[in-house]
Design a protein around this ligand. Structure first.
Ligand code: NAD
Ligand code: DAU
Length: 337
């Protein structure tokens, strides 16, 4: 019989791409538990909502009774936890929602998984737990955990709970730590979609600081294939870094977007830096490549071009996600920079 997996946060950017990926690539049945926060959007899954192997449940991962009920009702085999407050700038404004979802929510999911004896738990974590790099070197799974933002502090705390459950209870969990994702359905608070939409509209492109901070980019479809491998073949108790060897300075990314949208350099506006802004991330993903046979398939320039095209083709999606709460956030975030 096909296995049933609980995916949390499946209405967000990576979760929705992941659900689409595994419905295409496997026979698995997917139950998507999502609170539909500002970042959650059922429109991201409109093309699969009628799929008989897909079910949606509206609710929070901190709700123990609900998580228990859902796992029992659908006879869930394992959990992949994407649900999170995910934006660093928002965590600088208010860390509490990050504690509630990213830490408490993860703990609730693991307690239920343990109570029901589920077979696998994947914690979708981030390279930001390792802090910031200088000019040389890459993060390995053995790098020190050194979070610098309230967001990454909450993700690190959750990773610590996962590790403690493995160590204390022999809990069947793996942790994945991926670098910066880009692609279709990303909420336009993050660098790439924000810059694409502003460029398409001829608005200013707010680059923090000197624009020379470095991020290591990966197409969301490559992240999806890695998480799916980690769920199926990852060894319990292990951490797997995921990255596609695509380091770019932010200003290079912004210039590439200007070129793809045919807009002028003058739109670039250097603004006040993000407090505590990590300088450089770079992932060494040798372990998942060697042990699980994963490899990325999309190079950054192709993926970025496809992403720009997706935002061009989905103007209505963009208009809807940017109505209401988004504009209030945008004004608060950028008007004094
Ligand atoms: P996102 O903000 O786009 O989506 C998060 C989703 O979680 C939304 O659908 C939201 O409604 C849901 N959610 C939030 N709080 C919830 C709660 N309490 N209960 C249930 N659902 C809740 O985030 P994303 O960029 O898709 O990131 C997904 C995961 O991947 C996160 O755990 C994030 O830390 C991790 N990650 C992201 C990146 C990246 O570049 N975006 C890189 C590495 C790891
Ligand atoms: O590294 C993985 C992480 O990547 C994930 O865990 C997070 O969930 C995800 O949000 C992302 O974090 P970043 O802080 O790196 O992403 P963001 O898109 O917010 O910023 C990318 C870089 O661009 C960063 O150096 C800050 C800069 N930036 C961002 C915004 C929104 C700007 O210069 N201007 C902006 O307006």
């Amino acid at each position: 019989m096909a296995k049933t997996i609980l995916i949390t946060g499946g209405a967000g950017f990576i979760g929705s791409n992941f659900i689409r990926y595994i419905l295409n690539e496997s026979e698995a049945v997917v139950v998507n538990l999502d609170a539909l926060t500002y970042a959650g959007n059922l429109e991201n899954l409109a093309d699969i909502e009628q799929n008989p192997r897909y079910k949606f449940v509206h609710g929070r991962i901190e709700n123990r009774e609900l998580v228990l009920h859902v796992c029992k009702q659908f006879n869930v085999e394992g959990i992949i936890n994407f649900a999170a407050e995910s934006h660093v700038d928002r965590s600088i404004i208010d860390a509490q929602p990050f504690v509630d979802t990213n830490i408490t929510g993860t703990l609730v999911l693991m307690n239920v998984a343990r109570e029901l004896g589920l077979e696998k738990f994947v914690q979708v974590s981030t390279d930001e737990v390792y802090g910031s790099l200088g000019e040389q070197g890459e993060f390995t799974e053995d790098s020190q955990i050194a979070p610098n933002s309230p967001y990454s502090a909450a993700k690190s705390a959750a990773d610590g709970f996962v590790r403690s459950f493995v160590h204390t209870y022999n809990f069947p969990a793996v942790i994945t730590r991926c670098s910066n994702n880009y692609g279709a359905f990303q909420f336009p608070e993050k660098l790439i979609p924000l810059m694409i939409l502003n460029a398409l509209e001829g608005k200013q492109l707010p680059v923090y600081g000197d624009g020379k901070n470095i991020r290591d980019w990966i197409d969301v479809r490559d992240h999806s294939s890695a998480v799916w491998l980690a769920y199926n073949n990852g060894k319990n108790g292990e951490v797997y870094n995921i990255g596609a060897e695509s380091e770019r300075q932010n200003i290079e990314v912004v210039r590439a977007i200007l070129a793809l949208t045919g807009k002028r350099e003058e739109l670039i506006t250097y603004v006040k830096d993000r407090p505590g802004h990590d300088r450089r991330y770079a992932i060494d993903s040798t372990k998942i490549r060697q042990e699980l046979g994963w490899k990325p398939t999309v190079n950054f320039e192709d993926g970025l071009e496809q992403t720009v095209q997706w935002y061009r083709d989905n103007a209505e999606w963009c208009a809807r996600v940017r109505s209401g709460e988004y504009m209030k956030y945008y004004q608060k975030q950028y008007e004094f920079r």
